[in-house]
Design a protein around this ligand. Structure first.
Ligand code: SF4
Length: 487
């Protein structure tokens, strides 16, 4: 009897925190393909727009021996994932992986899984299928196994070869497909030189899909997308290897049928600046290839921005351990190019770390303000990022607001070594903030200056000394109400 694995994707395009676009369940396609190559039967169940009980019934109908669940704590997906784990505990082996399984030790406590996959899932799932989910038999050359309580933690021994990811039509019998998608996601690279402790991208080994395979993947999705659908060339940092990224851009430029498309990808500011400055072996300037690419397509580039202060990028703040380069320091070339070619550069603010002073935050945002004013056609900021993505660290005032109930701030905040965050953001706080959507800028896009003023006000609140160290959600809301930031 083959092993039957149901993968549960808790994301829903209807969830207001996402962009509402219908995408295939790309997180699981590689794992489904690797498991099937070893004889397993697989089925991917998406939460989608249905309710959680429909999803549970769909998983039940498949009668799996194994249920694989993706974890991401920052939104309602977390609750959906927990419900599925609870529904199948004791009936099937529970395997968790994904964002929080990789970065947050609390996943084990909450999910009590049989297996937790840290980092990439393809090689571990292949090894587990091969071993018939017997931990003793898992090939140690493929996956390393450790144990925490009753949970086996599995981690790939080497990077997965992204050229093995399945093309569009190769896994379509693994999920309920749509006729067309508004966005397709091709995982063209993994790993990031940043190595930030809060990001699973920093924990993946650096790997790239070959340029020719990227072309094959894009082509394989063309029958399943609309003319204005987004082709997401997914990577934590597309330009982590500037040369590999440049090869991909050049390969796309050489395909007439792949022009006039809509592309999206994420980069670090410093690595894309590096990519633009390269020269190909044949003497072609990379900047010319990028200009060609941006001119002939509708492109949106997302840049995560923490700070421009090298001291704050190193251990103790953002923990960009090996590469504390400036984040936006050399970006002007890209912004000029973006302005010229109609490209949109979105800056995803990672607001500040708990040890940041208000002055440092203000300095960074003065830089952002200048860039967005100077390149106003090209640049925009995601103003809601601070509320969506804030990840407090244990032992900080932020945790007393967003974190576990009853967590008491120690008076020696500055001496606490930072660890990966615990993100138990309280439902009460988010509900309160959402109730004030206009004031706090969670839903509508606000003018940049207003957003930045609010972020600085929030930083001010976090950084100021607080007599008893215990803060509840209403205290925070009242604080901002009484001290409205000046736009
Ligand atoms: S620089 Fe960005 S993508 Fe890279 S590890 Fe840090 S947060 Fe993740």
């Amino acid at each position: 009897m083959p092993i039957k694995i149901a993968f549960f994707d808790p994301y829903s395009p209807q969830n207001s925190q996402y962009d509402g676009k219908a995408k295939p369940p790309y997180r699981f396609l590689g794992m489904a393909s690797q498991a099937r190559a070893r004889g397993a039967k697989t089925f991917i169940v998406e939460k989608g727009s249905g309710n959680i009980f429909q999803a549970i019934r769909a998983i039940e109908a498949f009668q799996p021996n194994v249920v694989g669940i993706s974890t991401y704590f920052n939104d309602s997906c977390h609750r959906q994932a927990l419900e599925v784990a609870a529904a199948f505990r004791g009936r099937a082996k529970i395997v968790v992986g994904g964002y929080d399984a990789t970065t947050n030790p609390l996943v084990i406590e909450e999910f009590q899984p049989d297996y937790l996959v840290e980092g990439e899932g393809e090689l571990p799932i292949e090894a587990m299928v091969e071993a018939n989910f017997d931990p003793e038999k898992i090939n140690p050359e493929t996956a390393r196994i450790t144990k925490a309580g009753r949970t086996y933690i599995v981690e790939a021994q080497q990077a997965f070869d992204l050229n093995l990811l399945p093309l569009a039509h190769e896994t379509m019998d693994s999920y309920n497909t749509r006729r067309k998608y508004q966005e397709v996601v091709i995982n063209i690279a993994r790993g990031c030189v940043g190595q930030c402790t809060f990001c699973p991208g920093g924990k993946q080994k650096v790997a790239y899909m070959s340029a020719s395979k990227v072309i094959e993947h894009i082509r394989s999705w063309l029958p399943f997308i609309y003319p204005n659908s987004i082709i997401d060339l997914m990577a934590p940092d597309f330009t982590t290897s500037p040369n590999r990224a440049n090869e991909i851009i050049r390969a796309i430029n050489q395909q007439p049928d792949l022009q006039g498309k809509r592309y999206f990808f994420s980069v670090r500011g410093d690595t894309i600046a590096g990519a633009l400055a390269k020269v190909f072996d044949d003497g072609t300037i990379a900047l010319a290839e990028w200009e060609n690419f941006l001119n002939h397509n509708r492109v949106e580039i997302e840049i995560g921005f923490e700070t421009n202060d090298p001291q704050r990028l190193v251990k103790g703040h953002f923990n960009k351990i090996n590469h504390p380069e400036n984040n936006l320091g050399h970006l002007e070339t890209l912004l000029q190019l973006a302005q010229k070619t109609g490209t949109k550069v979105g800056i995803d603010l990672i607001s500040f770390d708990p040890l940041t002073s208000v002055e440092q935050v203000a300095d960074d945002y003065a830089l952002l303000n200048r860039l967005t004013e100077e390149y106003s056609d090209a640049t925009y900021i995601f103003p809601d990022a601070i509320f969506r993505e804030l990840k407090p660290y244990p032992g900080t005032l932020a945790v007393t607001i967003f974190g576990k109930n009853g967590f008491i701030l120690t008076p020696h905040v500055k001496s606490i070594p930072l660890q990966p965050y615990e993100d138990h953001r309280s439902k009460a706080l988010l509900d309160t903030l959402r109730g004030e959507a206009d004031f706090f800028g969670i839903q509508p896009r606000l003018p940049l200056s207003t957003t930045l003023a609010r972020i600085i006000a929030l930083a001010d609140f976090f950084c100021r000394s607080n007599a008893n160290g215990q803060v509840d959600a209403s205290f925070f809301v009242n604080h901002l109400r009484e001290n409205p930031p000046q736009a």
